[in-house]
Design a protein. Structure first.
Length: 256
């Protein structure tokens, strides 16, 4: 996961957080309010922007990420925002071993779940998430619609650009399709300072393109129920042929 240690430097330039949070927070908050959530854990939290925004709205947040550099940036962001969020370094499958007290809700956003080590790790990862939720606790997973990506061999994602004064950044993202069924996610970062020549940096990591039926089946096997799938955070129904994302919302089942 060293790729995300590297990307942490420019990650908050790559994402337009004001625009993204304006779209996503209403959906997330409505789901949290429906179950009376107070304690929330953001798994694969990156630079902590979702966790910080929710903490500003009065929720108690824990942020977890496998990248120490992302966690360090998240801590700086929380300090700058003047909010208290507990950030810690941990990867998928390690939540229950950290002895977190039960959470009301768990978020796994930004197409993070496909970073599992192998398809066989999907079910253990979801079981580990269930283990830190109270009965009836909420899980929200946000992935790209990999049904669409795989059907059309959709390799390229939209170009992202950022500017600060005379400094410019361009972010190009694309997939390589591997024989074993995995994807290599590539990000090329171009930076130009004061109108000088472009500097470039390339980073890559492996993903497993998890389809909707795989997500739903694994959620059921991990003890989740009341599973709903949306195509975006405006609650449009999920359509494998057209939806940009897969938003899976589920509850941890009550113990028998």
């Amino acid at each position: 996961m060293n790729v995300y240690d590297t990307l942490s430097v420019d990650y908050d330039r790559f994402v337009n957080w004001e625009r993204r949070l304006a779209v996503e927070l209403p959906f997330i908050e409505q789901a949290l309010e429906e179950i009376g959530a107070c304690r929330v854990v953001d798994v694969a939290c990156g630079t902590g922007q979702h966790a910080i925004a929710l903490a500003q709205r009065g929720y108690q947040l824990v942020g977890v990420d496998v990248s120490a550099a992302m966690i360090a940036q998240a801590q700086q962001n929380a300090q700058a925002a003047g909010v208290q969020v507990s950030f810690t370094v941990a990867g998928f499958g390690e939540l229950a071993t950290r002895q977190f007290s039960p959470f009301d809700a768990l978020l796994c956003l930004g197409s993070s779940l496909p970073h599992i080590a192998s398809p066989a790790e999907l079910l253990p990862t979801l079981r580990d998430m269930a283990a830190v939720l109270r009965p009836g606790g909420l899980l929200i997973v946000q992935n790209r619609n990999f049904d669409l990506v795989l059907t059309h061999a959709d390799r390229w994602m939209p170009l992202q650009a950022h500017r600060e004064g005379e400094n410019e950044w361009l972010f190009l993202r694309f997939y390589d399709f591997n024989p074993d069924g995995s994807l290599t996610f590539n990000m090329l970062t171009l930076r130009r300072q004061n109108g000088q020549g472009w500097q470039q940096h390339a980073a890559s990591t492996r993903l497993w393109p998890i389809r909707q039926d795989q997500v739903v089946s694994a959620l059921q096997a991990a003890g989740f129920d009341l599973i709903q799938c949306y195509g975006d955070m405006q609650k449009k129904p999920f359509n494998p042929a057209t939806s940009p994302n897969l938003i899976a919302v589920a509850r941890r089942g009550q113990p028998e």
